[in-house]
Each structure stands twice: as C-alpha cells, then as structure tokens.
Design a protein around this ligand. Structure first.
Ligand SMILES: *Cc1c(COP(=O)(O)O)cnc(C)c1O
Length: 219
C-alpha cells in the first residue's frame, strides 16, 4: 500500500512539474511520518523514499534508533520548544519551522562543528492569521539577515502551512522569497504543499512538498 501510494504521489508530482513547465525532479518529496511506526518508515524507505519529516523530537529519535541501518535524511517540521533544540540540532538534517532568532541561535550553538551545517527554513505566517505559528512576512528579512551570520546553520528558504481557504498563500510566499533573493539572500528552497494541496503549491514554485496522509494513510 505504501509503495503504491508513493508511486501515485511521485507521478502526481511529475505531472504537476510538467504542467507548470518546471524540470522533472525539481520538487522533492518529503514523507511526513509523525505518529507512524518505524516499520512503516522502513517500508517506505525500501520503496525508494529517503527523506522523512517528523513533528516531535523524542518520537522521531526513538524511531531513528530503530532504523540505524537506513540512510535517511531527517527533517524537523514541528513546533520547536527551546528545551528540545539540542536534540533537534543533533538528530536532524533540516529544520523547517524556525521563526525566532533565539531558537536559531540555540540550534547553531548545539550543532556540532563536526557535523554539516543544519539546513534551515523560516516558517512564515503569510496571512498573519492570529492562531498560526510562523513569523509575520515583514519580519522575515531582518530575521534572515541575522540567521545567515550563524555559521553552523545554512538558511535555505521559507516554509508555510496555509489554511485551506487561504487564497494565493503559496503565490504570496513565493513572492516573498523572490523579494528576499532580490535583497541578496541566496535561497533555493520553498517548503510548501501537503497531501491536500501540493499540486497548487508546485504550481506556485514549491521545491519541497511535505506529505503524510496520502502516503501512510490516516494518523
Ligand atoms: C502533518 C504535517 C504535514 C503532512 O500533512 P498531511 O496532510 O498528512 O500530508 C505537513 N507539514 C506539516 C508541518 C505537518 O505538521
């Protein structure tokens, strides 16, 4: 089932790339494995999926310890509590949900010099919805300028989780990314799109789609 779902999703990504005149392979699939077992992660890996995302540090690390033989790229996409920054900086390759400088500083501090820099996306609350996580669009550039000075981090781009009824959130995020690049930042990543909306996100320029339910089923 997981294997078939992955094939379906990969074909849909390919079709969406083609439809928006983007190169095949320009969008990377990240399998969101929160609340899924390590057995299911292994099954997806054996079907060719190598990048996985988790929302809870301890849950993720427990599963990682059961998958030591698999060369997985791990992405953290959940809310970051200050007291989890050491675990996150140590056990992940990417963090998509940075929206405060104090958190970035802690991740930088705990990322050991021996490891490769930690890849970072700034989570943006693109329509300034009061209930949502992420930083306001106008505050992104000042935060980005501070993050690029942290030598154990590598700022890659923006992440967004829009509400379902949120028209043009993906386009707005892509436009904000463009503005940051015009301001001199070297960014190559737009983390946007989930099971229900990834084709729209690809149309708007997403480079990483985070998909859980459509691969693993309901959580
Ligand atoms: C859970 C989650 C996803 C995956 O959502 P699905 O609808 O299951 O594809 C993507 N991004 C974030 C930040 C999540 O928390």
């Amino acid at each position: 089932m997981i294997q078939e779902n992955l094939t379906t999703i990969n074909n849909r990504i390919l079709a969406a790339e083609k439809k928006s005149h983007r190169a095949a392979g320009s969008v990377k699939l990240i399998a969101v494995s929160k609340k899924q077992s390590h057995e299911k992660i292994r099954e997806a890996f054996l079907a060719g999926q190598t990048a996985f995302a988790e929302n809870y540090a301890q849950e993720a690390i427990a599963k990682q310890s059961l998958l030591p033989d698999l060369k997985i790229e791990w992405h953290f996409i959940g809310t970051i509590q200050s007291n989890k920054t050491k675990l996150i900086a140590t056990y992940f390759d990417w963090v998509h949900s940075v929206s405060r400088f104090e958190i970035a500083e802690k991740l930088n501090q705990y990322r050991e010099m021996m490891q490769k820099p930690l890849n970072i996306c700034i989570e943006v609350n693109i329509d300034c919805e009061p209930s949502k996580s992420g930083i306001a669009p106008e505050d992104v550039l000042p935060l980005a300028k501070k993050i690029i000075l942290l030598k154990n981090l590598r700022l890659r781009g923006l992440m967004v989780i829009p509400e379902k009824n949120n028209a043009h959130a993906f386009e707005k995020t892509a436009a904000l990314q463009k503005k940051l690049m015009q301001a001199g930042l070297l960014l190559d990543t737009l983390s946007m799109g989930m099971s229900d909306d990834f084709e729209k996100a690809i149309q708007a320029g997403s480079t990483l789609v985070r998909i859980g339910t459509a691969i693993f089923g309901e959580r």
